[in-house]
Design a protein around this ligand. Structure first.
Ligand SMILES: *[C@@H]1O[C@H](CO)[C@@H](O)[C@H](O)[C@H]1NC(C)=O
Length: 377
């Protein structure tokens, strides 16, 4: 029966992996290592290997239990058993544990022919899995599809070029097949660079914080801005505006319905393909500013938002800025939930402006806040 066969294969693979790791463990104490580092080689404890062996043994135990009692686990059909190379990757890496919740998607993602072109459907699968917390994905040995090489002379230095040729992008995943189409469908998506160039420069309402004013505030506080992250930053317009001030901003952006990442990259801006629930891929205390645009709003579960805010706090240096730009929520929730949540960070309020959302039926409000992380004692 397919399910039992599959489990046996997994057990076999896990045991082979155990042995390979043991071999590696032994060989890492080989004379060449000792020669390179004579002082420490004799009592070198490869903790990571021991940890991996423990993980593999735990996996074997887990699988054996499932094997004896197959109805107790999710794997009650052969199709739900993940492919073998996936099992190795995900079991060795605890961070990928969210992947286990979606064996069907993973199975499709890992169903490819090695050393050839990746299946075209799999780009969407990667996006779908990442959005479900399965990140980093298992790696694959196939060639991802890329657009034709652009001519170097036509790639702009200016992040607000007058146009980007549609031929620089792959369109097969989207219902729109051109940037014009995206602009017609939703003018505020960020693909109309002629319109984007007007963002972050002028003050139209209390909720705006134009970049010249932001730079002024930082300068007056004797606080240098050089590095930042724009969370959910679409095509990277905040990073583009900051580039004019020699500030490097990374933009986290997902390719939901449109090629946000590639357009940011074509503008010469760094897109990070990271969902809101992912730990920011930079070290503690390294960023001068983090901006949260409209992607960060009341639709995010409160607990997830709390984790996000504390991760932002982790990456900000002392004296760094958190800018919540047009955060929208219900007025009552802002008062009872979000303001206390933001308050937990203990940041200084440099700016705190709220305004009712026009045409809102459920009493929604916008908040724009510039908050400064306290200087550590
Ligand atoms: C940015 O850096 C360039 C090159 O170092 C310099 O010429 C320019 O004045 C800087 N711009 C700002 C706004 O600091």
């Amino acid at each position: 029966m397919g399910f039992t066969m599959g489990l046996n294969l997994l057990l076999l693979l896990a045991m082979v992996a155990t042995n390979i790791l043991s071999l590696y463990h032994l060989s890492s104490n080989s004379p060449s290592t000792a020669a390179n580092n004579p002082s420490t080689a004799s009592h070198q404890v490869p903790d990571h290997l021991i940890h991996q062996l423990t993980t593999i043994r735990a996996t074997i135990n887990h699988l054996t239990r499932r094997h004896h009692n197959p109805n107790s686990a999710a794997g009650n059909s052969a199709a739900a058993v993940p492919p073998a190379d996936l099992l190795l990757y995900s079991q060795l890496s605890p961070i990928a544990s969210a992947c286990h919740a979606h064996p069907d998607l993973l199975h499709r993602f890992m169903n490819y022919t090695p050393f050839s072109l990746c299946p075209s459907s799999s780009d969407d699968l990667a996006e779908t899995l990442i959005l479900r917390g399965c990140h980093p994905l298992p790696r694959r040995r196939c060639f991802s599809r890329t657009p034709p090489k652009p001519s170097s002379s036509s790639l702009p230095q200016n992040p607000f070029p007058s146009s980007i040729p549609d031929s620089y992008l792959l369109w097969n995943r989207y219902s729109c097949k051109s940037l014009d189409c995206l602009n017609r469908m939703n003018p505020i998506l960020g693909f109309d660079l002629g319109k984007e160039v007007t963002n972050f420069v002028s003050y139209k309402s209390e909720l705006d914080l134009p970049v010249p004013q932001l730079m002024q505030i930082a300068k007056a506080a004797n606080s240098v801005l050089r590095l930042g992250i724009d969370i959910g930053g679409g095509t990277g317009t905040f990073a583009a505006r900051m580039k004019a001030y020699n500030v490097t901003v990374l933009t986290t952006t997902m390719n939901v319905f449109a090629p946000f990442s590639e357009v940011a990259a074509l503008r010469g801006l760094v897109p990070l393909h990271a969902p809101l629930q992912q730990r920011l891929p930079v070290f503690d205390g390294t960023m001068d500013i983090v901006r949260c645009g409209r992607a960060v709003n009341r639709w995010i579960p409160t607990v997830a938002l709390e984790f996000l805010l504390f991760d932002i706090d982790r990456v900000l240096r002392s004296g760094g800025y958190l800018w919540l730009d047009h955060f929208f929520s219900k007025g009552v929730d802002l008062e009872k939930v979000y303001a206390p949540l933001i308050g937990k960070l203990g940041y200084r309020k440099v700016k705190w402006a709220t305004a009712s959302k026009a045409d809102s039926k459920s009493g929604e409000v916008f908040l724009t806040a510039l908050l400064q992380k306290p200087v550590t004692k």
